[in-house]
Design a protein around this ligand. Structure first.
Ligand code: PMP
Length: 423
C-alpha cells in the first residue's frame, strides 16, 4: 500500500556486519510479507509527527500509521497512561465480565460525545473486527440478512468486512464471501432506491478513505439516512479512518448533520494502541446478550491498557480541540496544494475535509514519483488502497505550523522533481 522504494534495493542497503543475519534480512525471511515493496524503514523511535530511523535519519510523517496517530506518535499523556495501567493489571478476563476501570471510563467518555442515542460501546481490537460486530448486530436486531455497501469502499480484511468492501480485485481470490450483499455507487442518490425492507444494514464511510478520499455530494448522506429510516435498515458509519476529529469534527457524519444507527471506530481510538469499537443505542445493543447469551464475544477486545491509552488520547483530542486544528490546518494544506498544482501542473484535484486530504494526480507514474521524491527528502506519504493516482495526507492533528510548512516545501520540490525523473 505504501510504495516508493524498490525491494531489491532495500534488501541490500544494510549488509550484515557479523555472522548474524541483519534485522532487515530477518524481516524479509521471517515476517510475513504483504507487499512487494515495503517502505522498510528501521524505526528507532517516534515522537509527535517525526519518525527516527536506526540509520540516523529523521522523517516527517504525513501518513501517521495510516491515520492512527491523531495525537502524534507516543504522546506523553498516552505513554504515561499505558505505563500506569500496565503496572496495575494487564488482561484480566474475557470482554464484558469484569468491571475494568479504563474500559468503563472510556466507554462513558465516548458516550458523552457520540450522537444520541448511541451511548453503548462494544470494544474490539481493530477496525475490521468492529465492522464484523456492527454487521452481526444489525442482522440480529433486524432479523434480516441483506447488506448494502458501496463501490470503492474499504471496511477491512476479515471475511465479513471484505464481503462489504467494494473492490473486486481484493474480493475475488477469497470468494465465496457473505451472500446477499449488494454494492451501489457511492454518492448516487438515485441508487438509494435499491435499499428496501429486506436490508439489515447499509454500511458506508462518510468520506471514503481507501477509495481515494472521496467526499460525497452534500445531499447524499441525508438522503441515505432517510432511506434507511424508511426501510428499517440500520445505517452503519464506518468512521475508522474519519473518526475522532480527523476531518475537522469529531465524527464526519456531523458535516452533513447525519447520525448513524451504529458508529464504528478504530485507528485513532487507541491513541497508538490496538483498539476498535462499535457504538449503538442500548435498545439495539441489548440483542447481543440474549438468544443466545454471549452472542458476540471477544477475549482481548477493550484491553485495559489499550482503553487507558484511548482515554488519554480522547482527553487530548477534546482538551486541545484538535478537530478545530484539523479544520484550520486542512484548509491551509488544501489551498497550498491547489496552488502548487496550478503553478507546476500534474495535479488533477485536491479534496478532503480537515486533515484527511487526497491529491489526485493525472498519472500513476507522477504519483509514484511524487511520493518517492518526498520520501527521499524525509517526508512520508502514501497512496490509497483503491487508487494508484491519489496520495492521501493524514498527518497528526498536533502537527505544528512549522511542520506543515516544511511538509509543503518538500511537496513543492517533489512535484517539480517528480515531473521529469522516473524513480
Ligand atoms: N474501515 C476503514 C474505513 C479503514 O480505513 C480501515 C483500515 N484502513 C478499516 C476499516 C480496517 O481497520 P483495521 O485495519 O484496524 O482492521
Amino acid at each position: 500500500m505504501v510504495r516508493g522504494t524498490n525491494r531489491k534495493q532495500l534488501r541490500h542497503t544494510h549488509p550484515k556486519t557479523s555472522g548474524m543475519p541483519s534485522l532487515r534480512e530477518q524481516f524479509f525471511q521471517h515476517v510475513a510479507q504483504t507487499s512487494d515493496s515495503p517502505l522498510g524503514l528501521e524505526i528507532e523511535r517516534a515522537s509527535g509527527a517525526r519518525l527516527y530511523t536506526t540509520d540516523g535519519r529523521e522523517y516527517l510523517d504525513f501518513l501517521a500509521g495510516i491515520g492512527v496517530n491523531l495525537v502524534g506518535h507516543a504522546h506523553p499523556k498516552v505513554v504515561t497512561a499505558v505505563q500506569q495501567q500496565a503496572e496495575r493489571y494487564l488482561h484480566a478476563m474475557v470482554y464484558g465480565e469484569y468491571i475494568l476501570q479504563p474500559q468503563v471510563r472510556l466507554a462513558a467518555r465516548l458516550a458523552s460525545v457520540t450522537p444520541r442515542p448511541l451511548t453503548q460501546v462494544y470494544f474490539t481490537n481493530s477496525g475490521t473486527e468492529a465492522n464484523e460486530g456492527a454487521l452481526k448486530l444489525a442482522k440480529k436486531h433486524t432479523g434480516r440478512t441483506r447488506l448494502i455497501a458501496f463501490h470503492n469502499s474499504y471496511h477491512g480484511d476479515t471475511h465479513g468486512s471484505l464481503s462489504v468492501t467494494g473492490r473486486e480485485v481484493y474480493r475475488t481470490p477469497f470468494l465465496p464471501l457473505l451472500p446477499d450483499v449488494e454494492f451501489l455507487p457511492f454518492g448516487d442518490c438515485v441508487a438509494l432506491g435499491r435499499i428496501d425492507e429486506r436490508a439489515a444494514a447499509v454500511i458506508t464511510e462518510p468520506i471514503q478513505g481507501e477509495g481515494g478520499v472521496r467526499v460525497p455530494p452534500d445531499d447524499w448522506l441525508p438522503a441515505l439516512r432517510q432511506r434507511c429510516t424508511e426501510s428499517g435498515a440500520l445505517l452503519i458509519f464506518d468512521e475508522v479512518q474519519t473518526g475522532l476529529g480527523r476531518t475537522g469534527v469529531l465524527f464526519a457524519g456531523t458535516h452533513w448533520g447525519v447520525a448513524p444507527d451504529i458508529l464504528v471506530l478504530a485507528k485513532a481510538l487507541g491513541g497508538g494502541m490496538p483498539l476498535g469499537a462499535f457504538v449503538a443505542a442500548p435498545e439495539v445493543m441489548q440483542c447481543l446478550s440474549h438468544d443466545p447469551p454471549l452472542a458476540h464475544v471477544t477475549t482481548f477486545g477493550g484491553h485495559p491498557v489499550c482503553c487507558a491509552a484511548g482515554l488519554a488520547a480522547l482527553d487530548v483530542i477534546l482538551e486541545e480541540n484538535l478537530p478545530a486544528r484539523a479544520e484550520a490546518l486542512g484548509t491551509q494544506l488544501r489551498a497550498a496544494l491547489r496552488e502548487l498544482g496550478e503553478s507546476h501542473g500534474g495535479i488533477r484535484e485536491v479534496r478532503g475535509r480537515g486533515l484527511l486530504a487526497g491529491v489526485e494526480f493525472d498519472t500513476a507514474d507522477r504519483t509514484r514519483n511524487f511520493v518517492a521524491h518526498a520520501f527521499q527528502s524525509g517526508l512520508i506519504l502514501g497512496w490509497t488502497l483503491h487508487s494508484d493516482r491519489v496520495v492521501r495526507l493524514c498527518p497528526p492533528l498536533t502537527l505544528s505550523d512549522e511542520e506543515l510548512h516544511r511538509g509543503l516545501e518538500i511537496m513543492a520540490q517533489a512535484l517539480i522533481a517528480g515531473q521529469g525523473s522516473g524513480f
